[in-house]
Design a protein around this ligand. Structure first.
Ligand SMILES: [Zn+2]
Length: 192
């Protein structure tokens, strides 16, 4: 078999009807509500695991969204947060989303996610150029309600982000986010 030299990742086609990119999402709750809605739709449509995320610019409008696409794409990197980061970087043509080429601040940029980032997405969050990280469910919710392993994080994982200028807010609409995980767990789906 020939060596592969490119990778192609997509969101499900339903995102175009599910997301109103012209609408502002001013509050933290608005932003996380969208991430949770994406996680819900991804489960209902059977287009990936029960996780959603969205990147917002300083005007509170969507730059990009992501849902888990690990199984459809046979790609363990295709988590909701990493999909949202990659699509935001492609759209803005900025490798650090909150900086221009000269290093001037363009923030604040926010990542909202339906559940606490796993160890992979935690790492990705340092280099993507975000100022705020908003989280719905906790990792203990994910591990209690589904079979997913969130991987190892530093004991002071929020402090490590905050020391690098990323403010973290947790437990936003936590019960709503837990509801999607619980429904997914009941379905007994594969581990994405
Ligand atoms: Zn992840």
């Amino acid at each position: 078999m020939m060596l592969k030299a490119q990778v192609h990742l997509t969101l499900p086609v339903w995102v175009h009807e599910a997301v109103d990119a012209t609408r502002a999402h001013p509050s933290d709750e608005d932003k996380v509500a969208l991430a949770i809605e994406l996680s819900r739709r991804n489960v209902d449509a059977q287009t990936g695991g029960p996780f959603g995320a969205a990147v917002f610019g300083p005007d509170d409008r969507i730059i990009a969204v992501g849902v888990n696409r690990v199984v459809p794409h046979t790609c363990s990197l295709a988590h909701a947060e990493t999909m949202a980061f990659m699509l935001a970087q492609q759209r803005t043509q900025r490798r650090r989303l909150n900086e221009d080429e000269a290093g001037n601040s363009l923030g604040p940029v926010t990542l909202a996610t339906s559940a606490q980032p796993c160890c992979q997405c935690y790492g990705a969050s340092f280099w993507a150029g975000i100022d705020h990280l908003l989280i719905g469910a906790r990792s203990e919710d994910v591990e209690a309600l589904t079979e997913f392993d969130e991987g190892p994080l530093p004991a002071d994982w929020t402090g490590e982000l905050e020391r690098r200028g990323i403010q973290v807010r947790r437990d936003i609409l936590r019960d709503r986010a837990r509801g999607v995980l619980a429904d997914y767990g009941q379905l007994g789906g594969p581990n994405y």
